[in-house]
Design a protein around this ligand. Structure first.
Ligand code: PEP
Ligand code: MG
Length: 323
């Protein structure tokens, strides 16, 4: 099987009807970057920036971060990299951050909430990203956006930093793409103006599913209780796809389910054209997409739902058995 995936490395994830799905990889360390070439990923769809903060005993300096982000972009060698700003909260406690005694840290003071309430670190991180780009295209996304205001405020901070860099005569990214991670159900009901203000949306499936079903992703008793292919969840995903289609906002899905071949194929059939996953999943997901017909699978899914299936998984598996 490994050999079969290696043979696929330089081939696109194109289905039998000719639709191509971009397969990106998730990363968080410099050490992940060689996988970009080895796996045949189209780019880095999610660069998690937490690790650089977690491995130090003090806040990293702007210069240190800029040097690291520059090495990431250099190693990507022109392939797209989507950086996510710090998603830290009281579940991932920084050694130098006062522990917040929160009963529900996943729903607590985390991610962009910290970034907006205490903007020092966020601004420093944005400056580091702008400098690292050295005029190259840059994509930045903000985690755990729950309302349009949070996105607008974070975006304004990034544009402000960009303008300051320009005023100082430093190069600024020729193309700056600013996106939101959709990880709370509320955001799917935001007004059109929110979707129009986003260059891209990335569904953070791990958190979105956790909040959709109210099932803690860290709790062994409940984390596998609800099926990602549950009709209700997929209907919700379709709503997000439709909203992004109307506003021509690029949409991707990152999170563990993007790396599970059956789930990935289902998302692709529903219309998601960019998936970001761990590098080892690229081969298996590509293999399956290349054997399938996304339109045919979409019809199978809609039929199953119309027939009242709580989960479309049996129908998807039956379709796969025909390949
Ligand atoms: C997610 O929530 O799906 C996601 C990609 O972010 P993280 O797993 O880092 O919370
Ligand atoms: Mg998340």
């Amino acid at each position: 099987a490994q050999k079969r995936y290696a043979d696929l490395r330089d081939l696109p994830a194109t289905d039998l009807s000719g639709k191509t799905v971009a397969l990106m990889m998730n990363a968080g360390l410099m050490a992940d970057l060689p996988s970009l070439m080895n796996s045949g990923a189209d780019g880095v769809g999610l660069f998690r920036t937490e690790l650089q903060f977690l491995i130090r005993s003090r806040v990293p300096r702007r210069g240190e971060l800029a040097a690291l982000y520059k090495r990431v972009m250099d190693a990507a060698d022109g392939k797209h990299v989507q950086f996510r700003t710090l998603d830290i909260g009281s579940d991932k406690v920084l050694p130098y951050m006062k522990p917040q005694d929160e009963p529900n840290p996943a729903m607590g003071w985390r991610a962009i909430r910290v970034g907006l309430d205490k903007p020092g670190v966020l601004r420093m991180q944005l400056q580091a990203l702008l400098r690292a780009a050295e005029g190259r295209p840059l994509s930045v996304m903000f985690p755990f956006i729950a309302t349009p205001d949070e996105f607008h405020e974070a975006k304004a901070a990034l544009l402000h930093e960009r303008d300051r860099e320009a005023a100082r005569g430093r190069p600024v990214p020729a193309v700056l793409k600013i996106g939101a991670m959709l990880e709370t159900p509320s955001l799917a009901f935001a007004p059109d103006s929110f979707f129009e203000a986003c260059d891209f949306i990335s569904i953070g499936g791990n958190d979105l599913k956790q909040f959709f079903f109210a099932a803690d992703r860290e709790n062994e008793r409940v984390r596998r209780r609800y099926d990602t292919l549950d009709s209700a969840f997929l209907t919700f995903i379709e709503r997000i796809i439709a909203r992004c289609d109307v506003s021509h906002t690029a949409l991707s899905f990152c999170g563990e389910d993007a790396g599970r071949p059956v789930e990935a194929l289902t998302f692709a059939a529903l219309g998601i054209r960019t998936l970001s996953m761990r590098p080892a999943s690229i081969g298996p997901v590509k293999h399956l997409i290349r054997r399938a017909d996304l339109d045919a699978l979409r019809r199978v899914i809609l039929e199953a739902r119309k027939a009242g299936a709580q989960s479309v998984r049996p129908a998807v598996m039956a379709y796969l058995a025909t390949l």
